[in-house]
Design a protein around this ligand. Sequence first.
Ligand code: F6R
Length: 362
Amino acid sequence: MLKEIAEQPKAVADTLLGRLDPALGTLTLGPELGLDPAVLRDAEKVVVIACGTAHHAGLVARLAVERWAKLPCEVELASEFRYRDPIVGPRTLVVAVSQSGETADTLMAVRHAREQGATVLAVCNTNGSTIPRESDAVLYTHAGPEVAVASTKAFLTQLVACLLLALHLGEVRGGPGDELRAAARALGRAPEDVASVLATMEPVRELARGLAHQETVLFLGRHAGYPVALEGALKLKELAYFHAEGFAAGELKHGPIALVEPGLPVIVVVPSPVASGVLHGKIVSNIQEIRARGAHTIVLAEEGDEAVVPYADHLIRVPAVPPLLQPLVAAVPLQVFACELATARGNDVDQPRNLAKSVTVE
Ligand code: F6R
């Protein structure tokens, strides 16, 4: 797993290769997708279906599709999709995200969507696997083989693919040109940003070892930080067999704050103070609230964000990037944290108990 975490700058670079011109901030994705541009132009909505970590990438995709393509976007757990009556039809673009391409829940959801007449685009890491074969189009992630059960480099490349797709949809549908180009240029810098995070992980490892005796860790985030909080909690459940939960920080007062007691570690993913508008101040208030109740606050914030410093028992810094790209840098310390903490507890991080790499039964 550590090897795969370390491979992430290359996995991200390989997934961008030939699809984006970082100098111009333009995309070259259309011919590769091979979809009739009218399908993208005339789509009424996007529905992302996926499981587990891939579902978290889908939650980021939703924000990007809504922002850049101005298209309604829903994100569904694939295992729930065909058991309700999802409203999909010929003008729905369904995006099925799957590392393995063999996840039974996602495959069944793909089949159901196609039966309703939707166009299905697979985002997949495994060439020639069943989900891409049964889809109308595929955007491959180039993470290389992912062997450790817990997804790391595949997740980052799913984020990249979803962001590329949202930028492409934005271009095709006449989205905000300057913002699209700035985001595309920033995405081109993602391999270096991820590498710079990986170069500063020793304090995170030390922090994780110090918390190995704990039984609960909470994660808070909002906007693009919310899927990161969910992913951080999932990694900790899978690897450390911890009770770990991710919450949208705005929900804190609606229940989860009752869990906070002295000494409870809470990891807070903080949005950019510059780019996130009022959200930054709101999350700083959340940190103050939980700290006043004795929580041990571990704050993940971008370089230069000084407002969080007085309320952070531990600070994890990530590079400043556009808000929708933050998951690419913010997820990495949480992967390292979970891996180190689980190792300190004596767990086998490559083969966690009860889990399989590819879940081919419903
Ligand atoms: C988490 C993890 C799982 C998978 C999920 C979907 O680390 O690996 O949650 O993300 O089982 O698998 P794929 O992407 O192969 O469909």
